[in-house]
Design a binder for this molecule. Structure first.
Ligand code: NAP
Length: 276
C-alpha cells in the first residue's frame, strides 16, 4: 500500500461533454485504485505550458482530444510509429524521458469490431471507409496494419481522400462519393467515419440492396447509438457494430499505462458511459 494518489485526465477545448472522466472513473472505482481522472479545459496557446507542468503536479499522463491532437504530437519527446503515421496523438504518458505520445484510436476500432464479431479478420477481404477526416486516418491505418488486402476510400471532398491515399499507401483505392452504393457488394467491412448521423446533423442514407449479407458495418458515430445508417445495414442482413465500443477500447491502453491495470470493456461500462 502506498500513499501515492495517481492522477490522469483529458485535455480538450471544449471538454465538458467528454465521457472519458466517467469511463476512467468507473474503472478506478471498480479496481479499487487510489487515483483521479479529471477533465482539463485547455486552450491552444496554453497547451505547451500545461503539458510541461502536469508531470510536476503528479500526473501520469493524459488523453488529448479536439482540437489538440496534432499539437500534442508535435510537443512530444517520443512518438509511436502509429501516432506518427496517423498524424495525431490521443494518449500521452509522462516518463523520465519526457512526453511519450501514442494514438490508440485504431486499436480501439479493431478491438470493438472483434468484440462484437469475434470471427472478423481484416485480412479476409476488402473494406470500405467513408470519410477522410481525423478518425478515418486511424481507421485506415488499423485496417492496413491488420492486413486488409484493399481499402476503398470515399469522401465528399476528393482532395482530402487523395491526400490520405498518398500518405497511407498502395492498398488504398479511391471511390467517388456518389458511387458508394455500387461498390457495397465488393467489401466485407464498411465503416462510416464521417460525422453524418451525429445528433444535430443530417443522416447518412445509403441503399444497402447490393450489400452481401453478413457484411460487417460499423458506424463511428455513437450519439445516437443506433444511427439511420446502422439501422438500414441491419435491415439488409449486415452485422451492425456501433461506435461506442471504439471509444471504450481506445481508453484501455492509457488506463493501463497510468494506473497499472488492464481494464475490461463490458456491458456495465457501456451502461455507465451511456448514462454519463
Ligand atoms: P473530421 O476530421 O471533422 O472529419 C469529418 C468527416 O465527415 C470528413 O470526411 C467530412 O468530409 C465528412 N462530412 C462532414 N459533413 C459531411 C456531409 N454533409 N456530407 C458528407 N461528408 C461529410 O471529424 P473526425 O474527427 O474524423 O470525426 C468524424 C466522426 O467520427 C465524428 O462523428 C466523431 O464523433 C466520430 N468519432 C468517433 C470515435 C469513436 O471512438 N467512436 C472516435 C473518433 C471520431 P469532407 O472532407 O468532405 O468535409
Amino acid at each position: 500500500m502506498t500513499d501515492r494518489v495517481l492522477l490522469a485526465g483529458v485535455i480538450g477545448d471544449p471538454i465538458a461533454h467528454s465521457k472519458s472522466p466517467a469511463l476512467h472513473g468507473h474503472w478506478l472505482k471498480r479496481y479499487g485504485i487510489r487515483g483521479y481522472y479529471v477533465p482539463l479545459h485547455v486552450s491552444h496557446d496554453k497547451l505547451p505550458r500545461i503539458l510541461k507542468d502536469l508531470p510536476d503536479m503528479g500526473f501520469q499522463g493524459v488523453n488529448v482530444t479536439i482540437p489538440h491532437k496534432e499539437q500534442a504530437l508535435a510537443l512530444a519527446n517520443g512518438v509511436t510509429d502509429r501516432a506518427a503515421l496517423i498524424g495525431a496523438a490521443n494518449t500521452l504518458t509522462f516518463t523520465s524521458n519526457g512526453i511519450q505520445a501514442d494514438n490508440t484510436d485504431g486499436l480501439g476500432f479493431i478491438a470493438n469490431i472483434r468484440q462484437c464479431v469475434p470471427e472478423w479478420r481484416a485480412a479476409d477481404g476488402p473494406a470500405m471507409v467513408l470519410g477522410a477526416g481525423g478518425a478515418a486516418r486511424a481507421v485506415l491505418w488499423a485496417l492496413i496494419e491488420e492486413g486488409a488486402p484493399r481499402v476503398i476510400l470515399a469522401n465528399r471532398t476528393r482532395a482530402r481522400a487523395e491526400a490520405l491515399r498518398d500518405q497511407l499507401g498502395a492498398r488504398v483505392e479511391l471511390l467517388p462519393w456518389t458511387r458508394i452504393e455500387d461498390a457495397l457488394g465488393d467489401v466485407q467491412t464498411v465503416v462510416n467515419t464521417t460525422s453524418l448521423g451525429m445528433v444535430g446533423t443530417a443522416p447518412l442514407r445509403l441503399d444497402f440492396s447490393r450489400v452481401r449479407s453478413g457484411t460487417v458495418v460499423n458506424d463511428l458515430v455513437y450519439a445516437p447509438l443506433e444511427t439511420e445508417f446502422l439501422a438500414a445495414a441491419r435491415a439488409a442482413g449486415c452485422r451492425a457494430v456501433d461506435g461506442l465500443g471504439m471509444l471504450l477500447h481506445q481508453a484501455a491502453p492509457g488506463f493501463e499505462r497510468w494506473f497499472g491495470k488492464r481494464p475490461e470493456v463490458d456491458e456495465e461500462l457501456r451502461r455507465v458511459v451511456l448514462s454519463a
